[in-house]
Design a protein around this ligand. Structure first.
Ligand code: SF4
Length: 426
């Protein structure tokens, strides 16, 4: 099989040989064909429950659904040229190449939000990512800039695992257990910490309650910040990032109870909560959950010198078995910095891995998971939707604007500012 940078093309190659090698061959189909009701669609998060509050995308006009790839390409490029500096297109690392090719900036969610902030001249920001990322871009961009998510059904199953109502309910229960008074050292009973992959409402919750946001790059620094101010941390939505980070900092696994929002006290006893240092919300990323220790063993059997790097959203056993772990930025820099030809087995989303493999042909770079299964929520962004929102902008119409209300935006920005001010211990 020929390796190409495009996951779309790779899926075609694989399915031609073996139809069982991907999550579903529906991935080859446009979102409007598989989304009989807008949802997460095929891919690694296809089995996740769609929250009732998830935004729904209206029907894409027929002309975009009927257009060939070449026609969409021509229309997107023409619209971008007409709009010039008035529009900036952002593409997340996990987008397929068929989308990334139109991006003015490519990066992780926080890098892209900062790119939006740096382009104050652009009236519109077309964010080829998922819903929470577009919200973060709206928080950080200028008041007059419009952030557009081409397909509103592009949510994130992990972010959706912590709703604001569930988190408020959890907070009330914790206040009953811990009270609200600080200890003798002035540390409050619990500090809420949310991963960037969460809704603006959750970031706002953290801002209102003395909490903070973290990314996968700075989670340890942020937890240090939180432990200086609180006796313990409530970490959401990703249990794996929370567990992997706290474990690396020396927190005992027994002091990290899991909070199941469907059960009283999250399914814990008061004693367990009293002993807790980090309460982990029961969320996960469907893409990173797929990586296993067996895959690492297989990669080592194939090449004993393989360098295995995984993302901290992977389960703890996988992170422990890998040679290294780190954010997408860490992974990218590790590969860019390798001076000798190296075999890499990477545990993160397939589109990024494929792009790195194409960019660094001197190395052998493959995904730990042999089954091509991209993030299905990212897959909702199809060139048809990009052509539609751009041509609407040319016509003076703003479709799919993502706008965070002021009452949420103010505390959410506070939580983000705390993150930016948090410095690693010297
Ligand atoms: S890769 Fe995971 S965390 Fe990222 S958008 Fe997809 S489901 Fe969400």
């Amino acid at each position: 099989m020929t390796t190409t940078a495009s996951v779309d093309l790779t899926i075609r190659d694989i399915t031609a040989d073996s139809p069982d090698s991907v999550c579903t061959t529906d991935l080859l189909t446009a979102p409007w064909d598989v989304d009989t009701s807008p949802g997460y669609g095929p891919g690694a998060s296809m089995d996740d429950t769609i929250p009732t509050t998830a935004p729904r995308q209206g029907e894409l006009p027929q002309e975009y659904r009927d257009a060939s790839d070449a026609e969409l390409d021509g229309r997107i490029r023409a619209a971008k040229q007409t709009l010039g500096d008035r529009v900036v297109v952002l593409g997340h690392f996990y987008q397929r190449d068929e989308v990334v090719q139109y991006a003015d900036y490519v990066g992780d969610s926080f890098q892209l939000a900062n790119a939006a902030k740096a382009r104050q001249d652009a009236e519109a920001i077309v964010f080829c990512g998922v819903h929470f990322m577009a919200e973060t871009a709206d928080l950080l961009s200028g008041a007059d800039q419009r952030v557009i998510l081409p397909n509103l059904a592009a949510g994130c199953s992990m972010a959706d695992m912590a709703s604001i109502d569930q988190v408020e309910e959890c907070w009330e229960q914790l206040a009953e257990v811990y009270g609200t008074e600080p200890d003798a050292e002035g540390r409050v009973p619990v500090i809420p910490v949310t991963y960037m992959n969460s809704s603006a409402a959750i970031k706002g919750f953290c801002g209102r309650n003395g909490g903070i946001v973290c990314t996968s790059s700075n989670a340890e620094t942020v937890l240090e910040w939180a432990f200086e101010r609180g006796q313990r941390v409530l970490f959401f939505p990703d249990q794996h990032l929370g567990r992997n980070t706290a474990k690396h900092m020396g927190v005992d696994l027994e002091q990290m109870p899991l909070w199941n929002p469907a059960r009283p006290l999250g399914g814990n006893t008061e004693q367990q909560l009293d002993d807790a240092r980090v309460i982990l919300w029961q969320g996960f990323c469907s893409v990173h959950k797929r990586f296993t220790v067996a895959q690492i063993e297989e990669a080592r059997r194939d090449d004993p010198n393989v360098r295995v790097i995984v993302h901290p959203e992977c389960p703890m056993e996988v992170v422990d078995a890998a040679d290294e772990y780190g954010s997408t930025d860490y992974i990218t820099k590790a590969i860019a910095g390798a001076t000798e030809p190296t075999t890499f087995a990477i545990g993160t989303e397939i589109n990024l891995v494929q792009r790195l493999a194409a960019e660094y042909p001197q190395h052998r770079i493959s995904c730990l998971d042999p089954i091509v299964c991209p993030c299905s929520t990212m897959y909702r962004i199809h060139p048809g939707y990009i052509a539609w929102v751009l041509e609407q902008l040319v016509a003076g119409v703003v479709e799919n604007r993502i706008q965070v209300s002021d009452d949420v935006a103010e505390p959410a920005r506070l939580a983000l500012e705390r993150m930016l001010a948090a410095k690693p211990k010297a």
